[in-house]
Ligand binder design. Structure first.
Ligand code: SF4
Ligand code: SF4
Length: 125
């Protein structure tokens, strides 16, 4: 078969093939298993040992005592490299990795997230 004929055949075939891409962001994109996105803090499990802070390679997490057996996690998502080391270091399963990845912001202050003891989060000051 000649080259142009081969190309035409391939072109026709491609017209009826399912696209390899998705129409993001109009279509939601599911992340693969094991993907490391935004961290989640389960305050009720935290004992304030600060192993997560000690092991974080980018100094992105700070645990603050706010009361008797009550702790907040201050996480700078702009500094975090999403390595998951803090999750591995936490013996109390107080930190979790989620699949949330749409974190881009033009304001670096918005990337400083405070996870409160009541398991709510808010942008930092
Ligand atoms: S999140 Fe885990 S490692 Fe960090 S202070 Fe709390 S209990 Fe310790
Ligand atoms: S995922 Fe890595 S960089 Fe981000 S806070 Fe945890 S240890 Fe630090």
């Amino acid at each position: 078969m000649s080259r142009p004929a081969k190309m035409s055949r391939q072109l026709l075939k491609s017209l009826f093939m399912k696209p390899a891409t998705i129409n993001y962001p109009a279509e939601a994109s599911g992340m693969p298993e094991g993907f490391r996105g935004k961290l989640k803090f389960n305050a009720k499990n935290c004992i304030g040992c600060k192993l997560c802070m000690r092991d974080c390679p980018s100094g992105a997490i700070e645990i603050i005592k706010t009361g008797e057996k009550e702790f907040q996690a201050h996480i700078n998502l702009g500094k975090c490299i999403y390595c998951g080391q803090c999750v591995d270091s936490c013996l109390k399963k107080a930190l979790e990795i989620t699949a949330e990845f749409e974190l881009a912001s033009l304001d670096p202050e918005k990337l400083k997230v405070i996870f409160h003891a009541e398991n709510k989060s808010s942008p930092g000051q």
